[in-house]
Design a protein around this ligand. Structure first.
Ligand code: AMP
Length: 217
């Protein structure tokens, strides 16, 4: 089944985790703009140097820079089988870009899932989050602690906290989400392809809710 899915929700809601599970299930690529930007920073590319201050401060990277990146990624062969888009579109301008890019390819988004949990829970989840800078594996001090403290189970590298998971930066990211991204959700709602998913509870329960939403699609 060729599904083109957008996964939305505030920072800390578990988008990345659910997107990975969904892409494994559907066998389509996981297109995470946050991961792509972090890879560019890690790799020291020209793009990485330009976008680093935005990520560190929890601000959105300018739409022009995002446009080229997403157009290139979605035009790759593997994305013809479908995709799960995680972290894009985040502004109305990006929504227009996505429509344009997919229009050129002759396809549309099938479903926009919107994950939500109460704000206090978001802050708790983000401040306990740890990531592996080498392989991208995700951990949480409460719910998914690594076997050895501070060490990635998958590749043995030292885990880090993302600079934008600092509490003040998290608050700022939530404000940006409310101002810039909620209008995108509203647009998908008006198109009748949005599907709200309760993001509270265990990872597998949330995943089941998403799968139910897919079956109903
Ligand atoms: P994420 O991993 O999706 O939470 O993204 C982390 C950071 O990357 C965001 O706080 C932004 O600085 C940047 N970013 C990711 N996706 C986008 C996007 N679609 N537009 C602008 N900035 C983005």
């Amino acid at each position: 089944m060729r599904m083109r899915i957008v996964l939305m929700g505030p920072p800390g809601v578990g988008k990345g985790t659910q997107a990975r599970k969904l892409t494994q299930r559907l066998r389509v690529p996981h297109v995470s703009t946050g991961d792509m930007l972090r890879e560019a920073i890690h790799g020291g590319t020209a793009l990485g140097r330009r976008v680093r201050p935005y990520l560190d401060q929890g601000r959105l990277v300018p739409d022009e820079l995002m446009e080229e990146m997403i157009a290139e990624r979605l035009s790759k062969d593997d994305a013809r089988a479908g995709f799960v888009l995680d972290g894009f579109p985040r502004t109305l301008e990006q929504l227009a870009t996505l429509d344009r890019v997919l229009g050129r390819l002759g396809v549309t988004v099938d479903r926009a899932f919107v994950l939500s949990v109460p704000e206090a829970e978001l802050v708790r989840r983000l401040s306990g989050r740890r990531v592996c800078p080498e392989c991208g594996a995700l951990f949480h001090l409460d719910s998914r602690a690594p076997t050895a403290a501070g060490v990635c189970d998958a590749c043995g590298s030292a885990l880090v906290q993302r600079p934008d998971d600092d509490e003040n930066v998290v608050r700022h990211r939530l404000e940006i989400y409310a101002a810039q991204t909620l209008p995108v959700i509203q647009a998908y709602r008006e198109r009748g392809i949005h599907h709200e998913v309760d993001g509270a509870g265990e990872m597998d329960e949330v995943f089941e809710r998403i799968l139910r939403g897919l079956r109903d699609a």
